[in-house]
Ligand binder design. Structure first.
Ligand code: URA
Length: 216
């Protein structure tokens, strides 16, 4: 497929998103998401990074958007933030392979500095356009528990008025019966410069994740 240069404008999104009907399997949805043109991010990304994990996982983790490594490899949480998440999950006694891991936005967004691709946050329109895929994943996986990593995921699930610092770690009941809470994104932990603060924040993150070690 032809790739555009980063600052070229892609053609108007073709026939919107193409989300398969409610009876389509997760595999069918995933295949359709690979062709998504619902927002312009497809044009500069390498590929759609769809969620991964058991089709009926009890627990789902929702991140923000793929980074450089995820974009190149096509899998969620395989870069530095993913490595930190893996470590925290292991310390919390949780086997990553039992979780369904996904992102709020399924394409990498970046700006170029020289040859480097620097992460850029997906805007509200891009987040809204991608919502169809998260909804399709939620409807098929039907997790009992959800953890939102960072405010983008938390606001997608709980609404724009959600404030992470005020409400992190607090379980909420969702329509349909699943329970969910939000915590910080592992990239936030990677950005903390002060070692003592980073240690404290990481320990709290592990404690919050550990609530998934209990049976769902
Ligand atoms: N950050 C995210 O939110 N998701 C990824 O998959 C990687 C980094």
């Amino acid at each position: 497929m032809a790739r555009l240069h980063h600052n070229e404008t892609p053609a108007a999104p073709a026939a919107a998103s193409g989300v398969p009907g409610a009876r389509a399997s997760l595999a069918t949805v995933r295949a359709a998401a690979l062709r998504c043109r619902a927002c312009p991010l497809w044009a500069t990304a390498t590929q759609t990074v769809f969620g991964e994990g058991p089709e009926h996982a009890h627990d789902m983790l929702i991140g923000e958007q793929p980074g450089d490594n995820e974009d190149l490899q096509g899998h969620p949480f395989v870069g530095p933030a993913g490595k930190l998440l893996d470590r925290a999950l292991a310390e919390a006694g949780i086997d990553r392979s039992t979780l369904y891991l996904t992102n709020t936005v399924k394409h990498f967004k970046y700006r170029l500095r020289g040859k480097r691709r620097l992460h850029a946050r997906a805007n509200a329109a891009e987040q809204a356009a991608c919502r169809i895929w998260l909804d399709a994943e939620l409807a098929r996986v039907r997790p009992r528990r959800i953890v939102c990593l960072g405010s983008m995921a938390a606001q997608a699930l709980f609404g724009r008025s959600f404030r992470l610092l005020r409400e992190r770690g607090r379980w909420r009941e969702l329509p349909g019966g699943a329970r969910a809470f939000a915590t910080v994104h592992p990239s936030y932990l990677l950005r903390l410069r002060d070692p003592a603060e980073r240690e404290r924040a990481y320990a709290l993150f592990v404690t919050e994740l550990a609530s998934l070690a209990e049976p769902a």
